[in-house]
Design a binder for this molecule. Structure first.
Ligand SMILES: *[C@@H]1O[C@H](CO)[C@@H](O)[C@H](O)[C@H]1NC(C)=O
Ligand SMILES: *[C@@H]1O[C@H](CO)[C@@H](O)[C@H](O)[C@H]1NC(C)=O
Ligand SMILES: *[C@@H]1O[C@H](CO)[C@@H](O)[C@H](O)[C@H]1NC(C)=O
Ligand SMILES: *[C@@H]1O[C@H](CO)[C@@H](O)[C@H](O)[C@H]1NC(C)=O
Length: 366
């Protein structure tokens, strides 16, 4: 007990969470909590889509996140992030105490020091499947990761992977293109096959999560789908005043399947290696203005085409020089959505604040 206490004192400044654990439990929990606190992630590996990407997509003018006004709040220029500033990856990196990891694309262009925080393999405009996507899907991103860690000149050894966290985002690009291709068909058809489509997506995600785990990464965060019907693409027809409930229910059914799959994985690995980041609830809380940040137009994009009701067009250049094709809201910090589907930096900050309690699970059940 005394030993545990002094060890705990040693770790407390770094691990404020463990005082809550020990405060609730008896001496035994205190000891185990102290032992658990030895694990500290030093690297972050990131996979997924535009909620996580920080620059892998080609830097050309057709790629809007490489154009102004993307990146206007942070770092002051476009970096390939789909936001006015930071995205989910940046906030997760901040939580575990590392720098936002370098984009895979830059791995050979930077000095070794830049690689020590992990690597970001995520590409915007991708999904789990290869549904008409130009960029590497989740499986291919993990192939890249595997090649790097198994390569002869790998900078990441087993010990490094053991002190790593992975973030996997699945924000619904697969579903968007599924809906897109299904729209116009008989209403019963898409709804009926939705379940099987959804099941195949979750199966793919599950396989990917297990692969990352088997490659040696200790803790793996995976996002649940955000309320897809609240994307400005879904709220535009309602003058940005309400969400499309049909689409939200589709998100919820994906999330139920994901929960079952992740519970199974955790049971198999016996260690709670997999943690779901519930973007559905955290987006909803932000819309309801729960927490310290109050958003003004919660379902309206800050940056969009000057054509009313058209949510796209942020960052696109005009064919006619000097003519504006899009407009930006007065205060991006008062908007939840930056463009047709992606949160502002402030939006992500609010979501992140709602996720903090879940993120603390990273340090439990070693
Ligand atoms: C992911 O991309 C690879 C390479 O293009 C492809 O072979 C594979 O079928 C894709 N996976 C899925 C689930 O679509
Ligand atoms: C693994 O690499 C780290 C540097 O990232 C180094 O400090 C450590 O000694 C290495 N461990 C082994 C077992 O090679
Ligand atoms: C809501 O979303 C569904 C599924 O994409 C779509 O079929 C429907 O038309 C949408 N409703 C409105 C009012 O836009
Ligand atoms: C966990 O796995 C064991 C077998 O290892 C099984 O008996 C049990 O039903 C599983 N529990 C859940 C919730 O899946």
């Amino acid at each position: 007990m005394e030993l545990a206490k002094s060890a705990q004192r040693l770790f407390l400044p770094l691990f404020p969470i463990f005082c809550f654990i020990s405060g609730e439990g008896g001496a035994r929990q205190l000891v185990s909590a102290t032992v658990q606190s030895n694990w500290r992630p030093t690297k972050l590996f990131v996979f997924g889509d535009s909620f996580a990407a920080t620059g892998n997509n080609d830097n050309d003018f057709l790629n809007i996140p490489w154009n102004y006004p993307y990146g206007k709040t942070f770092p002051g220029k476009a970096t390939g992030r789909y936001s006015d500033g930071r995205v989910l990856t940046d906030f997760i990196a901040k939580f575990i105490g590392v720098k936002s990891p370098i984009s895979y694309k830059l791995k050979n262009k930077v000095a070794g020091d830049y690689l020590k925080y992990g690597m970001n393999f995520a590409y915007a405009d991708t999904g789990v499947t290869s549904l008409s996507y130009f960029y590497p899907n989740l499986t291919t991103q993990i192939d890249y990761f595997q090649r790097i860690i198994e390569g002869a000149s790998s900078v990441y050894n087993t010990t490094d992977l053991h002190s790593s966290v992975a973030l996997v985002t699945v924000s619904g690009d697969d579903y968007e293109s599924y809906i897109f291709s299904m729209e116009g068909q008989t209403p019963a058809h898409p709804l009926q096959s939705w379940k099987s489509f959804s099941t195949s997506i979750v199966n793919e995600v599950t396989t990917s999560l297990k692969r990352i785990h088997d490659l040696g990464v200790k803790k793996i965060l995976v996002t649940a789908l955000e309320p897809m019907g609240c994307r400005p693409t879904g709220t535009a027809v309602f003058s940005y005043k309400k969400c499309n409930e049909t689409r939200n229910s589709l998100s919820r059914s994906h999330n139920l399947l994901l929960q079952e799959a992740v519970a199974k994985l955790n049971n198999q690995t016996k260690r709670s290696s997999f943690v779901i980041l519930d973007l559905y609830t955290s987006f909803m809380s932000a819309f309801k203005n729960k927490g310290s940040i109050k958003f003004k137009d919660r379902l309206k994009p800050c940056c969009a085409s000057v054509t009313p009701g058209y949510p796209y067009g942020c960052g696109t250049m005009s064919d006619i020089p000097g003519e504006d094709t899009y407009s930006i809201c007065e205060r991006e910090a008062a908007a939840f959505f930056w463009d047709y589907a992606h949160p502002t930096q402030q939006g992500w900050f609010s979501v992140y604040s709602n996720l903090k309690a879940t993120l603390k699970k990273l340090y439990q059940n070693q």
